[in-house]
Design a protein around this ligand. Sequence first.
Ligand code: SF4
Length: 216
Amino acid sequence: MYRVKEAFYTLQGEGAQAGRAAVFCRFSKCNLWTGREKDRAGAVCDFCDTDFVGTDGQNGGRFESAAALAAHVRNLWPDKQGTPYVVCTGGEPLLQLDKPLIDALHTAGFEIGVETNGTLAAPDGIDWLCVSPKADAEVVITECDELKLVYPQPLAPPERFLGIRARHYFLSPMASPSAQGADPIKQSNTRKATDYCLAHPQWRLTLQMHKILGID
Ligand code: SF4
């Protein structure tokens, strides 16, 4: 049984794949927070702005088999247009994403991207792996395509993650909920991330394009 909060067709807004059309498949649940406000203060990850509780979002639901979920995702891709790309996100997708689902998505023609907090081992077959470490949670993934660190996090300084082999190292300025839609250049966290990248050029700045543009 796979539990999906929501699934929708949009543009990837961040990182090296920014601007690429993708079906986002948001899995329910995370291992670093329950998703309930009453638990936020005691959570390992306490700045999450994503609703991943339940299965009641757009195109969400419970899927009895990998084939059923892959068919659902395929139905959200425009017919015969380009290379199908799915981004498995959450919540924490590696709580549910397994080899049968990877095989079913590949059979449906998809390249598979995954956005994970890196605390769980990843199954083989993922085409694009993005690790986004959170607070002092131990990262067990040692190699990925891109490391995307929300910045600043007092317990997660960038230098802690340079031992993880990645093709790209990105800093993503932390946004407060009240800052959504605000001019990103004027946000102090964007300034701090910019300054860090200027001083440490192996890191690149990435902004949440989908929020700036106001698209899902
Ligand atoms: S690890 Fe990701 S999904 Fe989980 S609580 Fe943190 S930001 Fe949200």
